[in-house]
Design a binder for this molecule. Structure first.
Ligand SMILES: C[S@@+](CC[C@H](N)C(=O)[O-])C[C@H]1O[C@@H](n2cnc3c(N)ncnc32)[C@H](O)[C@@H]1O
Length: 243
């Protein structure tokens, strides 16, 4: 039977999605406040940078994968306007519901769909932009998900993968200390769940680094891939062009 990793644990491939689902079912209600606390608000800057690089234009079609509570979807929707379309998707219903409620409170009605990045229910060549922020790390078959993202992009379309990556060497020790000591305690205090935030720290270490992810995207057929390190590599933004 094939195995994979769930944080530092080895699990049956068939089981990983179930473990990931229980993490996001648990953190969904406190997801936004935890994001602000853990990153001291920096996730907003990383997301703003992603939107700037995507450079969405009025009328464009955008797919937000693993969209969760909808930060990128909202920013894209403001840029593509009423003539464009942003589809807000996630595999997890609890996360999507939090996002949809927040978007509705802000007066935005977007198509919201539960869908798995590894089996996207969209026709080939449908979107100008596809984004995935902090979601790729949780996917079981990253190569399959990337191939799907490429398939649904129009030729010349852009894929933006925003994800935790490898921090610069001099910061490694401090970052490890923060990740394995502070994050789980903060998770326990705010969300009543240390385990999910330990998984976050572990899953970051198991995720491909900057160059490895660039190669994965090239192998999935992206003709051009740029890597942008943000906050000394705590996060990297990979921009792939379907060409
Ligand atoms: C850390 S949250 C990111 C949410 C949002 N994009 C953000 O940046 O705030 C990761 C999301 O990835 C989703 N996810 C995990 N595996 C997925 C898959 N195979 N397909 C689609 N979404 C997935 C989870 O349900 C979760 O909502």
């Amino acid at each position: 039977m094939a195995t994979t990793h769930f944080g530092f644990q080895t699990v049956d491939e068939q089981e990983k999605a179930k473990h990931v689902r229980s993490v996001f079912d648990s953190v969904a209600p406190k997801y936004d406040v935890m994001n602000d606390l853990m990153s001291a608000g920096l996730h907003r800057v990383w997301k703003r940078y992603t939107i700037t690089l995507a450079n969405p234009q009025p009328g464009q079609q955008v797919l937000d994968i693993a969209g969760g509570t909808g930060d990128l979807s909202r920013a894209f929707a403001q840029r593509v306007g009423l003539t464009g379309r942003v589809v807000h998707t996630d595999i997890n219903e609890a996360m999507l519901r939090e996002g949809r409620n927040r978007l509705l409170d802000e007066g935005l009605v977007l198509p919201t769909m539960v869908c798995d990045a590894e089996k996207l229910p969209f026709a080939d060549n449908s979107f100008d932009i596809v984004s995935v922020a902090f979601g790729q790390r949780n996917m079981t078959h990253k190569d399959q998900a990337l191939a799907e993202m490429r398939r649904v992009l129009k030729p010349g379309g852009k894929l933006l993968v925003l994800e935790f990556s490898r921090v610069a060497k001099p910061l490694e020790k401090a970052y490890d200390w923060y990740s394995f000591n502070v994050l789980p305690k903060l998770g326990q205090l705010v969300a009543g769940d240390a385990h999910s935030y330990r998984y976050l720290a572990e899953s970051i270490r198991m995720h491909p680094g900057q160059e490895e992810l660039r190669q994965l995207m090239k192998s999935a057929g992206f003709g051009h891939v740029d890597v942008h390190n943000l906050s000394a590599g705590v996060v990297a933004l990979h921009l792939g062009i379907k060409c």
